[in-house]
Design a protein around this ligand. Structure first.
Ligand code: C2O
Ligand code: CU
Ligand code: CU
Length: 514
């Protein structure tokens, strides 16, 4: 991997920013979008639900990470990567309480990993950079689903290569159900009125191949082609009055602001499950890695588009260079002349939610995380350094702040957190539900309430990092272990398969909060 000292890269980025600022003032008619106009002529692909076999109460899925060729209509055949296919992966689905197991074959030309974004699970099953699957090998993680119904996702996490692996197509949805979600009156027919929508932007070269252009733009490659589930210019036929959209920003760098014309989107769930109460939204900002479930209503016979409008990136030097001024259509809905009535939506009642609730007065530890120049708290990711040591059972407050006018987002593995406040203010309702990833407006302090319930393991860390994948690859990541109190002396960074000299003693940089 190309290593550019972060200082140099940032300086270059700021120069680009300054140059485009000059351009913007010089030229009023400068197009504010870098995104191409689309014709919406291709039926939306719906990722298939993954097959699974159940034996002795264990639900087993098979995934193969593989190379392939994908025909993007109007663009041509591109070399891509996918799970069980050439691009993206099947939708995984399981219920709370079920034990799941996976056989993951790596048929790629290089090592990869598969991380379960948003999942509460043991660190050795997490699929981060310490669980590499070498070329030709098979990884078999297993755990019990122990969290509320939600829309999660899975993607590779090889250190320094995550952007490329995700960008080439390795990503899929992981839907969790529970008793409350199954009992709720919500649109729930997969692919019909319950739609997985993996939104990604891509850049193609003249030969129709995917390119990651390393041009110093921040926070990474912003593609001029937007696709949903791998379909460019996608339309979806609507046959019911209400449709539930499971929106996943599966982009590597682009933040979207979704909206529908003339109607609110009723947001029912954030990253980690249902909101306490649904909230009507005119617009919804989603940064890479974030999800939202919304319900929208349609009139018979209408054609409407899901759009992404200008995005308030919050105090970014020149929003245009980070995609903030881009406006484009994402997906066209074509409602049939007669729509099947949808039941009046009901939302899951709170019993499950109460058990999963977090209480600020239980927080015993506060930790600070400052994001700047590809570093968190002044350090770049080191596979051999444990940055934070957490005691199992503890509730903590993580205070996170980006001190740089560049888009960053913050993701924590293993947990769903609650946003206590943003610069002292209560979070808006869409950020008040369970979250695992959050966009950081520069220079605001995000106080996150997190509980580390179980799975103590002093020798296998979880990650926290910026989910702008270029930033993550360039070192904006740290490692935390969850341990039994008193096990401090057992904390070690794991020996990972390659590139580690045995004489290199693991460094423990951990502080236990304050
Ligand atoms: Cu979506 Cu650490 O990842
Ligand atoms: Cu994750
Ligand atoms: Cu970042």
């Amino acid at each position: 991997m190309k290593r550019i000292p972060s200082g140099v890269r940032i300086a270059a980025a700021l120069a680009v920013v300054a140059a485009s600022a000059a351009l913007l003032t010089a030229c009023d008619t400068f197009s504010t979008t870098t995104v191409a106009e689309q014709d919406f002529v291709n039926e939306l692909a719906i990722p298939p639900l993954a097959d699974s076999t159940v034996e002795d109460g264990v639900r087993t899925f098979q995934l193969t990470a593989q190379e392939g060729t994908t025909d993007f209509p109007g663009i041509g055949d591109a070399e891509t990567w996918g799970f069980n296919g050439s691009f993206l992966g099947p939708t995984l689905r399981a219920e709370r309480g079920e034990q799941v197991a996976f056989e993951i074959d790596n048929q790629l030309p290089e090592a990869t990993s598969v991380h379960w974004h948003g999942m509460h699970l043991p660190a050795v099953m997490d699929g981060g950079p310490h669980q590499m699957i070498e070329q030709g090998e098979t990884w078999r993680p297993t755990w019990t689903i122990d969290q509320p119904a939600s829309t999660l996702w899975y993607h590779p996490h090889p250190h320094g290569e995550t952007e490329k692996h995700v960008y080439l197509g390795l990503a899929g949805m992981f839907i969790l159900d529970d008793d409350a979600s199954l009992a709720a009156d919500l649109p729930s027919e997969y692919g019909v009125d319950d739609l997985p929508l993996i939104v990604q932007d891509k850049e193609f070269d003249g030969a129709g191949q995917l390119v990651l252009n390393d041009d110093g733009s921040e926070p990474g490659t912003l593609g001029d082609t937007v696709m949903v589930n791998g379909t460019v210019g996608a339309y979806q036929d609507v046959t019911t009055e209400r449709v539930r959209l499971r929106l996943l920003n599966g982009s590597t760098a682009r933040t979207y602001t979704f909206e529908m014309p003339d109607r609110p989107m009723t947001m029912i769930a954030s990253d980690g499950g249902f909101l306490d109460a649904p909230v009507e939204m005119d617009q919804m900002r989603l940064a890479p890695g974030e999800r939202a479930e919304v319900v929208v209503e349609f009139e018979p016979g209408e054609t409407v588009r899901l759009r992404s409008s200008k995005t308030d990136l919050g105090g970014i030097v020149v929003p245009a260079t980070s995609g903030g001024n881009d406006e484009f259509d994402v997906l066209e809905f074509r409602a049939a002349d007669t729509l099947t009535p949808s039941p009046e939506p009901t939302w899951p009642q709170a019993q499950d939610a109460v058990a999963d609730e977090l209480h600020e007065d239980e927080a015993s530890v506060t930790r600070d995380f400052v994001l700047n120049t590809r570093e968190i708290n002044g350090e770049q990711m080191d596979m051999n350094r444990i940055d934070e040591i957490v005691h199992v059972g503890d509730t903590e407050v993580w205070e996170v702040r980006s001190t740089q006018p560049i888009p960053h987002s913050f993701h924590i593995h293993d947990v769903q957190f609650r946003v206590l406040s943003i610069d002292g203010q209560a979070p808006p309702p869409e950020l008040a539900g369970p979250k695992d990833t959050i966009y950081l407006n520069p220079n605001l302090t995000y106080r996150l309430l997190v509980r580390f319930e179980d799975y103590a393991d002093p020798t296998m860390p979880y990650m926290y990092h910026c989910h702008m994948l270029l930033h993550e690859d360039e070192g904006m990541m740290g490692q935390f272990v969850v341990i039994e109190p008193g096990d401090e002396d057992k904390v070690r960074a794991p020996e990972h398969s390659e590139h580690v000299d045995d004489s290199d003693d693991a460094v423990i940089g951990g502080h236990s909060g304050h």
